[in-house]
Design a protein around this ligand. Structure first.
Ligand SMILES: C[S@@+](CC[C@H](N)C(=O)[O-])C[C@H]1O[C@@H](n2cnc3c(N)ncnc32)[C@H](O)[C@@H]1O
Length: 235
């Protein structure tokens, strides 16, 4: 009962974003029981900020977010999808959970910019649209998948991006905790799977806009921004 009360306060709307160590104590069990759909059905969505990622808002404010066709893999509640969408940046939010996308559509279906985004129920690992993407923004998706799927994640990023496309990923959580999801990440965890495909790191920077429970100083969680460029030269 206590556990149920605890997990429900971590659902979107509960406004408590747990540390990755806390989330790793209950989220894996829900995923194991019924997959991501069950997380959404039970409201166990401890990753959901209920709003766009502050870094995205910062990049938008400073006009430093690339334009063009954009993908958010594992978009969940769709906050980043809608924040980024405009006449020059059509954004596709992809998720395998019907419930997640129902919620996203209920929240944002009548947003004034709704003609500039779409929510699509597909699997990142198998969905291959006719048109590739200029930009992919990955946040709390790489850390959510099983470790053995990481090479397949990189392959998907490669196959979904245009040859000169850009992958921005907020590397989270850079911790020492065991288990997941969320599983711990590191710069080398990304590079190990991206570099063999020909990605080149354009920049790796500390995220100045981390939310409190994802800040390095607050709980020794590190969250950095990694921008990778797809390059066919070394493939
Ligand atoms: C931890 S949540 C992160 C959601 C969102 N990125 C955020 O930061 O709020 C991971 C999301 O990925 C979705 N997901 C998991 N596996 C997927 C797959 N193979 N293809 C598409 N979406 C997937 C889940 O349904 C879930 O909504």
């Amino acid at each position: 009962m206590a556990k149920q009360q605890q997990t429900s306060s971590y659902s979107s709307g509960g406004n408590i974003i747990p540390t990755p160590e806390e989330a790793a104590t209950f989220q894996p069990q829900v995923v194991a029981e019924g997959g991501w759909e069950k997380c959404w059905e039970d409201g166990v969505t401890p990753w959901d900020q209920g709003r766009a990622t502050p870094l995205i808002l910062h990049l938008l404010d400073s006009s430093s977010l690339p334009l063009g066709r954009t993908l958010v893999p594992g978009c969940g509640g769709g906050h980043d999808v809608v924040a980024m969408a405009n006449p020059e940046r059509f954004v596709v939010g992809l998720d395998i959970s019907e419930k997640a996308l129902k919620k996203a559509n209920e929240t944002y279906g009548s947003a004034p910019n709704s003609m500039y985004f779409a929510f699509v129920k597909e699997d990142v690992f198998t969905w291959r649209p006719d048109e590739l993407f200029d930009l992919i923004f990955d946040y709390v998706f790489f850390c959510a998948i099983e470790l053995e799927l990481r090479p397949a994640w990189a392959k998907s990023m490669y196959e979904l991006l245009k040859p000169d496309g850009e992958l921005i990923t907020l590397m989270y959580p850079i911790t020492d905790h065991v288990g997941g999801a969320p599983y711990k990440v590191s710069v080398s965890a990304y590079e190990d799977v991206l570099v063999p495909l020909g990605f080149k790191a354009v920049s790796i920077e500390e995220n100045p806009d981390s939310i409190p429970t994802r800040e390095r100083d607050a709980c020794e969680v590190e969250e950095d921004q990694l921008i990778q460029e797809r390059s066919d030269l070394t493939v």
